[in-house]
Design a protein around this ligand. Sequence first.
Ligand SMILES: Nc1ncnc2c1ncn2[C@@H]1O[C@H](COP(=O)(O)OP(=O)(O)OP(=O)(O)O)[C@@H](O)[C@H]1O
Length: 296
Amino acid sequence: MKNLAIETVGLRKRYGSNTVLDGIDLAVPAGTVFALLGPNGAGKTTLIHILSTLTAADEGTVQVNGYNLAADPNGVRSSISLTGQFAAVDGSLTGKENLRMLCRLCGLTAAQSRARADELLAAFDLTASANKYVRTYSGGMQRRLDLALSLVTPRPVLFLDEPTTGLDAVSRRALWSIIEQLRLQGITILLTTQYLEEADELADQIAVLADGRIVATGTAEALKSRVGGEVIELRDESDDVLHAIATDGTIVDVNRALHEALTMRGMPANAKVSIRKPSMEDVFLALTNKATEVAV
Ligand SMILES: Nc1ncnc2c1ncn2[C@@H]1O[C@H](COP(=O)(O)OP(=O)(O)OP(=O)(O)O)[C@@H](O)[C@H]1O
């Protein structure tokens, strides 16, 4: 059996009458990226907070990096880094000052702190802005600095709570590439996201969280294959999707799906037909029963 960096069994959490987590079993192999995918309010942050000792679970067991959370929370704390949805950086300091200050707080000497800060600024492409006040940084730069701060003393397990929420496409890609580099260094990363594309791009394994339960776990490909082989789409002249239907891709089933689509009331005669693989969006909607048809 693979070495597990994170393992939970039967994790439950309630706030009053609201059951936020309802029996979560997770097994995250060391050195992999694991994505927890779920909509607003699914319980992602609550789960990350439990795993990082910030919130107590009502029931269940947690092991992180070999430490049992109930028996040895300090062992867990010494194994993890955490960054949240909002960058926890001091805007009245420069990027370099933020990093050096945290290095000193973590026990590095002044010389070591200077060296480590420079190293991290370079790794996160912030050297050119190192001496600028952080309040002048863009959202993406602040998030990169936040991640750099969480890596001042490298830990084997990194929790990223919606690391790219609110970032533009370019900053998101830049952060993805940093996360991939961290994975290559052997760090286990558990990230939460509402973006299907992000889970698809980064994660070795994805768990779909809906209403406090994991409704599916697997690779992006395995999850997509649960929806069916192909999706038939009908588009109008402006290329907007009018209708989409899942099919297993066989001639018989494609014929059925096309017949269904083409005989729909109001379908324009000049609608264009295309066939594509299911997206993570289709998977998500199918698994969370938010739609009876695939996403359009
Ligand atoms: N401290 C708290 N007290 C009461 N209810 C809470 C508390 N923290 C979270 N909740 C509730 O738990 C549920 C899950 O919240 P959580 O923040 O874990 O979801 P999430 O999946 O991270 O959502 P988002 O994507 O919006 O961050 C929500 O209904 C929320 O209102």
